[in-house]
Design a protein around this ligand. Sequence first.
Ligand code: F6R
Length: 355
Amino acid sequence: GKSGYDHYMLKEIYEQPRAVRQCTRGRVTEMAGSLELSELPASVRSGTDRVQLVGCGTSFYAMQYGASLLCEHGIPAQPFVASEYDADSIPIEPDTLVVAVTQSGETADTLGALRAANRAGATTLAVTNVVGSSAARECDAAVYIRAGPEISVAATKSFASQQVTLAMIASVLAERQSQPFLGALRDLPSRIQHVLDTSSARHVAEEIVDADAYFFVGRRYQYPVALEGALKMKEITYEHAEGFAAGELKHGPLALVTPRTPVVALVTGSEDVVDRTLGTVREVEARGAPVVAVTTSSAPVEPVADYVLEVPETHRHLVPILTNVQLQLLAYWTADLLGRPIDKPRNLAKSVTVE
Ligand code: F6R
């Protein structure tokens, strides 16, 4: 059941500390201070010159985040929307590792991409929540995200668990296991719990609920989080929401910005990234848009933001997991105020088994 929550979505948002703890259990060993993914066979670890990731929807955004971590570790990685991945237009070399990211393991578009990769002779890896699913069975290897059953159509805890799993895979493939990263992984459940305990997203939702549209902007690792935040908002509120790379706003979307379009800005990262994102924030503020800044305590957002949703400091690779929790709550409370059927949005199914 819903354990006292009004919706499965809220229950699953609150299950994230536990889901993440499950995901790292036995993989991040505290004593040795190391990371071990026994499901990754030697054939996957060696023989990998580059990585292609395939998936849909929320899983695609988790992959986009994972791909940027792999690239930062020096491994060329490219995310593909599974329905756009075909051997006629994309070179799939045998030394390519193709990673299919799918919560259900049954998404037809993702299985189609996976089969194309298998036919081309690539090594394939499934990152999935469901043991024995089609994706798990059809890949050379599978790493489970261990999020537990997800009932709500809108993916929440599975996204966090995908992010964590991909961050671990990136670290293992790169053979880089920094102690600060491992320590932050270990502490991540309590950081997420802190966000859940202190979030003012419900109050912010009350302030911005009557809007024409919602825009989400972020840079680097926060760009996919902006896209995911917008997807969650549109799925469950039925309101128009779009995510952009913060730097892209001035190349067109700024024309849409008015006092009736709140802009949710993910303002985290290095000083330089924060400065440039604040530049974007000032541009929208000058057009009268209400600004919601999602940030860590160190970023100087106070003078420009109308509302602040703060997350604790952690390793920079894991901050996007925390900021996303704030966006999940913002979408949830906005949809709740609008009286939407949150767990079963119109026209959508939990598992999309048609192409
Ligand atoms: C959004 C959502 C969908 C799924 C997509 C892929 O909240 O749930 O966008 O992420 O249909 O599903 P899986 O991960 O099962 O392949």
